[in-house]
Design a protein around this ligand. Structure first.
Ligand code: ZN
Length: 256
């Protein structure tokens, strides 16, 4: 949302040099690129492009009141593996076509209990939850958000905070559940030493935060949790919300 100023305010600014107001008027620098996809990924790439996925994400960012504004290239490309990442050097979020395909294939494997419509909805939810996580990394980097925990966990917190009260949150929640449940790798030394928490831990974290955000609305998420964890979830969500709203009060005040 862009701020609007009256003529009188702008005139006053011209005379007094209102640096704050001038800074607030700065805009994001966002671009979208769909790179060509190899044969087996062409269909999913075409679907993403015709569905204007990157343009939708750009619109999401534009709605945030970012100060300083973000410089971000949103890129879809083939990476040789299912993945998505924020590149701080290139100031880009790269979303791999393979990640879209994995979401689609994983959810299609559950076609016995999901309708065709749910497969599509949850695949889109998976896609968006991964994007919001990467956007979390971009915000942490470019807005220099201080952290006392691991960046990967903070990116999950920011992501959950962004979508938990949205109208499409059910689809994103289900997409998140399938993404964590299907990708849990063997717990070896490399996995334990990774910068990410284990998928199962990320799953329980998200369940706890969404339940804590709205225990009535997300009752089923709460039922996934052991009693001892569930009891503290409202407090956990409050901690998350409080930290984000103190650190980024301008950005997220209109996001919910
Ligand atoms: Zn991450």
């Amino acid at each position: 949302m862009h701020r609007r100023y009256s003529q009188a305010t702008l005139l006053l600014c011209a005379i007094l040099t209102c640096s704050n107001l001038q800074a607030a008027a700065a805009v994001n620098t966002l671009s979208t690129t769909y790179e060509p996809a190899p044969g087996e990924l062409q269909t999913i790439a075409r679907q993403a492009q015709s569905g204007r996925v990157l343009e939708g994400w750009r619109a999401e960012i534009e709605q945030l009141n970012l100060q300083p504004p973000l410089t971000l290239r949103l890129i879809m490309r083939s990476c040789g593996e299912a993945n998505a990442y924020y590149d701080s050097e290139a100031k880009s979020i790269v979303y791999c076509y393979e990640e879209l395909l994995t979401a689609q294939a994983t959810l299609s494997n559950h076609a016995d209990k999901l309708s065709a419509e749910e497969v599509q909805l949850f695949a889109a939810g998976w896609r968006d939850s991964v994007f919001f996580h990467e956007l979390g990394h971009a915000l942490i980097d470019q807005l220099e958000i201080p952290m006392l925990g691991r960046e990967e966990d903070v990116a999950d917190q920011i992501s959950t905070y962004i979508w938990v009260h949205r109208e499409d949150s059910e689809a994103i929640l289900n997409g998140t559940i399938y993404s964590f449940s299907e990708q849990d790798a063997e717990v070896d030394e490399e996995t334990l030493a990774d910068t990410h928490s284990l998928n199962a831990q990320r799953y329980y974290n998200v369940m706890c935060w969404v339940y804590g955000a709205d225990p009535e609305g997300y009752k089923e998420a709460g039922e996934q949790l052991p009693d001892e964890r569930r009891e503290g979830c409202e407090y956990e969500y409050w901690q998350l919300e409080n930290a984000i709203e103190q650190l980024l009060p301008e950005i997220f005040k209109g996001a919910e």
